[in-house]
Design a protein around this ligand. Structure first.
Ligand code: HEM
Length: 278
């Protein structure tokens, strides 16, 4: 390419006086102005950007899961499949992102850890919203948000309605499966416990995929989502142990031990148990 190559000769727009540019459309000033390290430590910028980009991807995940919930409720499964595939890919992307954070050593993290005070991902309301929306509903997790009525309202709205998995179970019921009292509850606030009837329904679906293809495909999309979500949790706890060992978290929990306990969470229990029952 010659040094004097000028893309404007091929039509590239070069003048944005009075026109919307790339930065305007994306509001980059706002986004790129939001990194304010509190220490002089070199690695704090990595730490901030890693969290902020994760929160942006979580925002998209919430957008997709919310739409998938509505689609399933309306018996429009194909769009839900596409959205759930996207959610799984978002988590795959977040999983790869840990590799960047892992370049930070324990020594480097200790140079700015004090600056965080008591702040921690434990207080990520978007993460809690994803969990609540998927079906893992521990109302104790509302605590860190009690001082923010705007956030409480969003989380309470999610808890007031059926979760993603509740909607899948209601779909089973609309398709003639007996799911007991699970299709029509007056209170959706708590995490449901695995039920024999729902297990039996998925067993019928998995024993005859050809006959129940749409339900079968939805089930596998859900498992795919949870599979990548579990990998995120595992990558997180492994990164945490690598960086702070068994120290307590800035958020006050036991740290890696708490996160290891969270690895046992099952979002869609019967879909995992049905594998043993085939
Ligand atoms: C140096 C890197 C990191 C360390 C040492 C770390 C440490 C921890 C610890 C110890 C906890 C338990 C709560 C506490 O007591 O603080 C936690 C929770 C959490 N962290 Fe991180 N974390 C790191 C990076 C990240 C990143 C990049 C994200 C992305 C948003 C993230 C999101 C979360 C979330 C969502 C929770 C809550 C998990 C749950 O309650 O199940 N963390 N983290």
């Amino acid at each position: 390419m010659s040094k004097s190559y000028d893309p404007s000769k091929e039509g590239a727009q070069m003048s944005f006086e009075g026109r919307m540019s790339y930065s305007d459309y994306l509001m980059l000033e706002k986004v790129l102005d939001a990194q304010e390290p509190l220490s002089k430590a070199h690695d704090e910028m990595l730490f901030i950007i890693q969290h902020q980009t994760s929160e942006l991807w979580m925002k998209l995940a919430l957008h997709e899961i919310n739409a998938a919930v509505r689609s399933i409720r309306d018996d429009r499964l194909e769009p839900a499949f596409k959205m759930l595939t996207r959610v799984a890919r978002i988590f795959e992307q977040l999983n790869s992102a840990w590799d960047v954070l892992r370049t930070m050593t324990p020594s480097e993290y200790t140079t700015f850890r004090e600056s965080l005070g008591q702040s921690s991902g434990f207080q990520s309301w978007q993460y809690r919203a994803i969990e609540f929306l998927a079906g893992n509903r521990n109302v104790a997790m509302l605590g860190p948000h009690a001082h923010r009525p705007d956030i409480m309202e969003k989380l309470e709205a999610i808890l007031a309605a059926p979760s993603l998995y509740d909607e899948a179970i209601r779909l089973l019921s609309r398709n003639g499966f007996d799911v007991g009292a699970e299709a029509d509850k007056s209170d959706w606030r708590e995490t449901r416990t695995a039920s024999e009837k729902v297990f039996a329904a998925w067993q019928i679906v998995y024993r005859d995929p050809e006959r129940y293809w749409m339900l079968y495909e939805l089930a596998e999309k859900l498992v795919d989502f949870e599979d990548y979500f579990r990998r995120w949790r595992f990558n997180h706890v492994t990164t945490v142990e690598r960086i702070i060992g068994m120290k307590r978290g800035t958020g006050g929990t036991s740290g890696a031990s708490y996160l290891k306990k969270m690895l046992e969470v099952e979002l869609f229990p019967e879909l995992w148990h049905v594998r043993t029952g085939l």
